[in-house]
Design a protein around this ligand. Structure first.
Ligand SMILES: [Zn+2]
Length: 223
């Protein structure tokens, strides 16, 4: 029994293999159940430029770069920006995992980013029984408002991602690219910039360093 020929659909698609926006054709995959050929719910999309295949769950449909139906399960496309070079290793692992699954499950990615900021708070020396307590502790430690607010934002989105009916997947998918960028901004603000400033201060004459150090010791902790 020869496999069935199926009508394929054609539409422009930004191929993740060759990075060329070109016409692609979709084909349903069939399997032989012993009596007939059946569709298995998986589809191939073939790029007319590189002839490479991407694999989809559900029939793919893309219009002006927006996926209307189906989702690509291979290759895995990393969507979020790469982690900041100074991101602590434990945080980086969760961040990278979130990038890998963002395309297939934005909710799971948001939950992982929440875990990542929990680890980040620990890196900043915050203590508490919950991430909420840790962020409150950062306030007592004088952490800048914008940083705490951003940590809270990522915490809240992550919480909503795992609670039924609070926040729809589409809404999370819209917001999560910004959360990746904000994670990197926090690392820049809290780790990289202070490190650079301290490095420059170390190059000053000792008398000047002492003036700066004394002023720091005099400064009251914010809030
Ligand atoms: Zn291609």
């Amino acid at each position: 029994m020869s496999p069935p020929t199926s009508a394929s659909r054609r539409f422009p698609f930004d191929c993740p293999i060759c990075r060329v926006l070109t016409e692609s054709r979709s084909f349903p995959l069939h399997f032989d159940n012993g009596l007939a050929w059946e569709k298995g719910g998986l589809w191939l999309l073939r790029c007319s430029h590189c002839h490479g295949f991407t694999y989809w769950q559900g029939e793919p449909s893309v219009h002006e770069g927006r996926v209307l139906s189906g989702h690509m399960i291979w290759p895995i496309v990393l969507k979020g920006p790469p982690p900041h070079q100074d991101m602590p290793e434990a945080v980086r692992l969760d961040y990278e995992e979130a990038r890998k699954i963002e395309g297939t499950s934005p909710r799971a990615a948001a939950a992982l980013l929440r875990l990542a900021i929990e680890r980040l708070c620990a890196e900043f020396g915050a203590t508490g029984r919950s991430i909420n307590d840790c962020i409150a502790d950062l306030r007592r430690r004088g952490t800048p408002d914008n940083v705490r607010k951003t940590l809270d934002l990522i915490r809240v989105v992550g919480n909503n991602a795992v609670h039924v009916g609070e926040f729809q997947s589409a809404e999370i998918a819209d917001i999560i690219p910004d959360l990746f960028a904000l994670m990197n901004w926090i690392v820049e603000e809290m780790i990289s910039m202070p490190r650079r400033v301290n490095h420059l201060i170390e190059r000053l004459p000792e008398s000047s360093r002492n003036v700066i150090r004394m002023r720091e010791e005099e400064s009251p902790v914010a809030h």
